[in-house]
Design a protein around this ligand. Structure first.
Ligand SMILES: *[C@@H]1O[C@H](CO)[C@@H](O)[C@H](O)[C@H]1NC(C)=O
Ligand SMILES: *[C@@H]1O[C@H](CO)[C@@H](O)[C@H](O)[C@H]1NC(C)=O
Ligand SMILES: *[C@@H]1O[C@H](CO)[C@@H](O)[C@H](O)[C@H]1NC(C)=O
Length: 247
């Protein structure tokens, strides 16, 4: 396990991942991404914006996004039979919240982000891409971590620092935490959390910029890549955070 910050070694014990880190040689090119963004949804909040039915009581996977590139290879067709062994886990962990069948959502994520992630040899097949996303999602276990440290959906409100603190202390990296900001409300609603990785799949601060000093594009892509409107933005430190329970 390689943590970015030595000061956090004391947390290593609490952090029970057993990663088997392996360096995958990465194709060096001007277009190569330098960061992967593992994006999680809180379905209740997502569905309050998109008017869907939140039938999931845990953080679901929204996507695994490289920080560079969109729709990198339109001729690389999505084929769900290539990931057949992953489908039960995909249905559970990476569901389309807008409709009962998720295949269209996965196809969309593959074209938009997967074909770009595939520039790295570690992710250059559909099976590698989707299985790595699931692997990272389970290893991160954001849902379990939040619960373990007392951040549960509740009518009570949290401060952003409380939530941020739990994530930063546990993983040793800075996440990006996004909220919905209802008009004229005196609180914001927790909706999306990003955890970031370097090309060798070690944790990375989401704020960190690309190795060549370019600003990361992760922050400017539409935050809701399904269903249109970009309703999420980075949570505000000055407003209480509502983490809505499943009704
Ligand atoms: C909601 O989830 C339950 C259990 O996961 C499932 O049995 C049910 O069919 C789902 N309902 C809808 C409307 O998707
Ligand atoms: C795009 O994907 C197709 C199908 O996998 C592949 O044959 C082709 O080489 C890819 N093109 C590029 C530029 O990577
Ligand atoms: C999808 O992949 C399977 C397994 O490799 C293959 O047999 C099938 O022809 C592919 N389908 C399409 C539409 O490419």
């Amino acid at each position: 396990m390689r943590l970015e910050r030595p000061a956090l070694l004391c947390l290593a014990a609490a952090w029970s991942w057993s990663w088997s880190w392996s360096w995958s040689p990465v194709i060096s090119s001007a277009h190569m991404w330098t960061k992967l963004i593992l994006t999680h949804h809180w379905p209740v909040t997502f569905c309050s914006v998109e008017h869907c039915r939140a039938n999931f009581s845990y953080w679901t996977l929204h996507g695994l996004w490289p920080d560079k590139g969109i729709d990198c290879n339109s001729s690389w067709h999505f084929n769900s039979s290539l990931i057949e062994d992953l489908l039960p886990d995909m249905e559970r962990s990476w569901p389309d919240l807008l409709q009962p069948s998720s295949a269209r959502f996965w196809k969309y994520e593959w074209f938009k982000h997967g074909t770009c992630a595939a520039q790295a040899s570690s992710l250059n097949t559909q099976h590698k891409y989707f299985s790595k996303a699931l692997e990272l999602y389970h290893k991160v276990d954001l849902d379990g971590t939040l619960k373990k440290f007392g951040i549960r959906p509740s009518e009570e409100q949290y401060s952003l620092s409380q939530i941020e603190g739990v994530i930063e202390n546990f993983y040793g990296t800075t996440p990006k935490i996004q909220c919905v900001h209802p008009k004229d409300a005196d609180r914001q609603v927790l909706g999306q959390i990003e955890i970031c990785f370097s090309p060798d799949f070690t944790l990375l601060d989401c704020e960190r910029r690309g190795t060549r000093g370019e600003p990361s594009e992760g922050g400017v892509k539409p935050l809701l890549s399904v269903g249109g409107a970009s309703e999420f933005s980075v949570c505000d430190h000055d407003l209480p955070v509502y983490y809505p329970p499943v009704s």
